[in-house]
Design a protein around this ligand. Structure first.
Ligand code: ADP
Length: 426
């Protein structure tokens, strides 16, 4: 054939490859993808049939995953061994192979031909390679009109194999990702169920322990008071943990309700600072609150929930700051929001941990080695409480220098200003 005659068909073939590569990258179902590849390979190499064999890690063989026509579907799922087949040779050597006369070639694995009553006359095969690793083989068989496979056929099949391998890998990765996501969702549901069941089931026995311990404390002599105090303190700590779990369970189930009331953030900060004054003092930490006396910062929302968020942040600041350090709480207006800041001079949080600390059960230090108690729920509860009010929460921190936790709550301007007037007149 002269060069002039082959040019148009070569360009046409390249155009088809460009067309098909667009289609391949948008197909997300492996079976349809492989079928599209074999159909186009048949057309472009002018072959009676094309099949795709993918490497099966479990059996260590190459398995037919796509075959040309409906009549050949029985081939699907059949396997060929790596060491006694042409496909196996192409795969292990990661090199193409052309057999112009395959009828008597001893390397052909005849079992497939026998069971499908197909006769392989000629064959062109190339490996499917991803990241320099073979994942399978694409084979075109029986060039039409008893023709010979040409260099152009090889070039076309190799180009197509390159596109196909990437598309196959993408679909496989997508499936893996979907499976992993489904598994994560399943585990997350299990975790939520566990939290809900545990918090519910532990409540009643714990209530009984607390009730009876308090009753015994009232009755008992002075020499047992200390032991009973330990029981009550420990039971109270357990109660806090169970309450945290119950808040998380409620949030998961969408059962949390927000009460809407006007309250002063200034007053809340003062209240909480007073509550923790003694604990800070005992630890040798200076706890300061800085709220403006002139400007009342009013929020319309659930005071109990915002108080819980603030309490968790202040408790953390005190926990992760050593003696001689400082903790400050302040609030300010910020364009339609009230911004609350909790700053400490404590141990700080490594930059790569800062995003994850708001995740449930996440703790920077392993719970096995850490000095402080806690379940890793405080910040996730604070986040849930703030987000319930359409607010935002974040942290800025430098390891060894300290942390700043900040949350912003939107001010319902109209109601807030009316409420502020009432506050002032009272
Ligand atoms: P926990 O109750 O276990 O402390 P939290 O959700 O409140 O859980 O906090 C998660 C983790 O974030 C903590 O274990 C700690 O490692 C880190 N962290 C929180 N607040 C601070 C802070 N102010 N300074 C340093 N680390 C903090």
């Amino acid at each position: 054939m002269s060069k002039k005659q082959t040019q148009p068909s070569k360009i046409r073939r390249l155009e088809r490859i460009v067309e098909i590569s667009r289609h391949l990258s948008s197909t997300h179902d492996l079976t349809s993808l492989l079928q599209a590849i074999v159909d186009i390979a048949c057309e472009l190499t002018d072959s009676a049939g094309v099949s795709i064999l993918l490497y099966d890690h479990a059996s260590g063989e190459l398995r037919f995953e796509a075959v040309p026509g409906i009549q050949d579907q029985e081939m699907k799922g059949m396997s060929v061994p790596l060491d006694s087949s042409i496909a196996g040779w192409i795969f292990t050597h990661t090199r193409p192979m052309v057999l112009q006369d395959a009828t008597k070639d001893p390397r052909i694995y005849r079992e497939i031909d026998k069971s499908t009553q197909f006769q392989t006359n000629s064959l062109l095969g190339v490996p499917l390679i991803v990241n320099q690793q073979p994942i399978g083989v694409i084979e075109a068989v029986n060039k039409r009109d008893n023709g010979h496979y040409t260099e152009d056929d090889l070039a076309v099949l190799e180009t197509l194999a390159g596109q196909a391998a990437i598309a196959i890998e993408n679909v496989r990765l997508l499936k893996k990702l979907k499976d992993a996501n489904a598994e994560l969702l399943r585990l997350d549901r299990m975790k939520s169920d566990f939290i809900a069941i545990a918090s519910h089931e532990l409540r009643t026995p714990l209530g009984l322990i607390l009730g009876h311990a308090t009753f015994l404390k009232e009755l008992s002599e002075a020499d047992h008071q200390e032991q009973l105090d330990v029981i009550i303190r420990s039971a109270m700590r357990l109660k806090e943990i169970i309450e945290d779990m119950a808040i998380i369970a409620h949030d998961d189930e969408g059962k949390s309700r927000i009460r809407r009331e006007s309250f002063s953030i200034n007053d809340l900060i003062i209240e909480i600072a007073q509550k923790y004054e003694k604990a800070a003092d005992k630890k040798g930490i200076v706890l300061e609150s800085n709220v403006s006396k002139d400007e009342e910062l009013i929020i319309v929302g659930d005071k109990e929930k915002i108080s819980l968020a603030l309490t968790n942040l202040v408790e953390n600041a005190l926990t992760f700051t050593d003696s001689g350090g400082q903790v400050g709480i302040k609030a300010e207006k910020d364009e339609g929001y009230v911004k609350v800041l909790i700053v400490d001079t404590g141990i700080g949080i490594p930059a790569d941990e800062q995003e994850r600390i708001f995740d449930r059960f996440y703790q920077v230090e392993s719970h096995l080695t850490r000095k402080h108690g806690g379940m890793g729920l405080g910040l996730s509860i604070a986040k849930a409480m703030v987000e319930m009010h359409n607010g935002q929460i974040w942290c800025e921190s430098k390891e060894g220098m300290g942390s700043l936790f900040c949350f912003m709550l939107p001010v319902d301007e109209e109601k807030a200003s009316a409420a502020a007037r009432i506050f002032k007149t009272n």
